[in-house]
Design a protein around this ligand. Structure first.
Ligand SMILES: Cc1cc2nc3c(=O)[nH]c(=O)nc-3n(C[C@H](O)[C@H](O)[C@H](O)COP(=O)(O)O)c2cc1C
Length: 467
């Protein structure tokens, strides 16, 4: 059996997520993002194409590091205006039966208790179709929105995130037994108090008593997605993540990154196959080469380099440097923003090369433009040579990119046995990724340990059963 490809749509509750400038394209519907119909129509389309899930990115600040303010981001609609991703999910769930929903939420600014309930609510309402993309947030403006003078230091954000997840696991996995809700009308007992417990978490950053307010949902813990690239980020992924966004400069590089995260996961007592690896991919497909060329040329013409600089320039105004300067020189001089350069740019790259890359959707290991056969060949190579399990499909046009993929690529992948023919109706998102019969975290996952009341009690200073 050839390995099947998982496909998520890469989305965000905003106009300009990552394809900056393209909102002006006459066939683009991004400006409708405030309408519920935009999202329900998209959900119906993706379910028709049997996508795994729609993935919703999120930021909680403005990109105001570029040229000293948010002007470029505002003009170009670079992730502002944006709305809350979680609130879209019930509406999209109401018009679908199987599509999954992966939403981003940050561990840095809001304490965990309310978020635990929000996610449990979504897991109930979707019958186990939700995932959470754990981020620690990278925008200085986000810090200032939540009362801090500046960002919490990078590795410390991951340390806080570790405790945040520990609290959530206690609430989701340990606070309620599976059979706590008995709905015994005769004896007038809805929930058996002996089967619900306080978590009494006391840690460096959080104090949370519990009990969890939601009863157990199908997955309990939503599927955990993560995209850390740094050493701390990869360590975090190896401990917690079930799906990881992997990147790299080449397919060999990607493969090495995957092996590294798998090795680390094994060191934490998890299985090598307990994590799926997804790559952000740009796919431009057409019926003929001429159609493909036309689309690529159109997207190149409309893309906004300024928008990309405001988004991904790490706060640096690259246009102010001499094109021959190297990234290593900027780091050596410790120019403002230099700390963020190491993970995303190579030291030997020149400013000219970096500027060339901005807005360059048409390079890197996960770009393909071609007819369905060419695209399917390339997707197979990514999976077989790069070692990925699937893609997060980047959008150029909404709904055009997803519609093209469904109409042209999906049938070709199906012919090759690489894409599901239909959903297994009623499965949870975790089962879609890891197989039927395991809607919950596997036993080797760190969150699973709190299912044992004794382990929960051992982790709390004063374990107290409710009843
Ligand atoms: C595909 C992908 C999607 C991401 N989505 C978000 C997002 O929605 N919000 C966010 O704050 N960060 C997002 N990030 C950034 C990551 O959370 C992370 O900060 C980044 O990959 C750098 O890794 P590090 O934090 O370990 O240095 C995303 C990264 C990737 C690769």
């Amino acid at each position: 059996m050839p390995k099947r490809i998982h496909v998520n749509l890469f989305e965000m509750n905003c106009v300009g997520h990552i394809s900056h400038g393209l909102w002006v394209h006459p066939d683009n519907n991004r400006h409708r993002f405030n309408d519920l119909g935009f999202w329900t129509e998209l959900a119906e389309l993706l379910e028709h194409g049997t996508f795994d899930a729609v993935f919703l990115a999120d930021v909680i600040g403005a990109y105001d590091g570029f040229r000293g303010g948010p002007q470029t981001a505002l003009r170009e609609a670079v992730q502002i205006p944006n709305n809350d991703p979680l609130l879209l999910i019930p509406a999209m769930a109401a018009v679908t039966r199987n599509l999954g929903f992966a939403a981003t939420f940050s561990t840095t600014y809001e304490p965990p208790f309310a978020f635990a309930r929000r996610m449990s609510t979504l897991d109930h309402l979707t019958k186990g179709r939700v995932a959470w993309n754990v981020v620690t947030s990278y925008l200085p403006n986000a810090a200032r929105n939540f009362g801090l003078a500046d960002e919490v230091e990078h590795d410390r954000r991951y340390a806080i995130a570790d405790e945040y997840l520990d609290v959530l696991y206690k609430l989701w996995e340990g606070s309620w037994d599976d059979d706590a809700v008995i709905r015994d009308r005769d004896n007038r007992v809805y929930t058996d108090p002996a089967k619900v417990r306080y978590i009494n978490h006391v840690g460096e950053h959080y104090r949370v008593a519990g009990p969890h307010l939601s009863e157990p949902s199908r997955q309990r813990t939503p599927v955990i997605y993560q995209a850390g690239a740094s050493d701390a980020g990869r360590g975090f992924a190896a401990r917690h993540a079930e799906a990881v966004f992997v990147g790299g400069f080449s397919l060999d590089d990607v493969r090495a990154n995957i092996e590294d995260t798998k090795d680390r996961a094994v060191a934490y007592g998890r299985g090598r196959d307990d994590i799926k690896f997804l790559a952000g991919a740009a796919v431009i497909v057409g019926r003929t080469d001429a159609e493909v060329d036309r689309k690529v040329a159109e997207f190149r013409r409309l893309r906004s380099v300024e928008g990309h600089l405001a988004h991904a320039g790490a706060g640096l105004d690259w246009t102010r440097y001499h094109p021959d300067e190297r990234v290593a020189d900027i780091i050596a001089r410790q120019d403002p923003g230099h700390q963020r350069l190491t993970s995303r740019f190579r030291p030997e790259q020149t400013v000219g090369e970096v500027l060339e890359r901005f807005g360059g959707f048409d390079r890197g290991p996960f770009f393909v433009a071609g007819t369905p056969k060419v695209v399917a060949d390339e997707l197979e190579r990514w999976v077989d040579h790069g070692g990925i399990d699937g893609i997060n499909l980047r959008q150029f046009l909404t709904p055009g990119t997803a519609a093209d993929f469904i109409e042209l690529v999906v049938p070709e992948l199906r012919r090759r046995g690489r894409y599901r023919e239909s959903y297994d109706d009623g499965e949870t998102l975790r089962e879609r990724l890891f197989g039927a019969g395991r809607p919950r975290l596997p036993d080797a996952h760190p969150g699973a340990r709190y299912r044992d009341p004794a382990a929960l009690a051992a982790a709390t200073p004063e374990p107290v059963p409710v009843g």
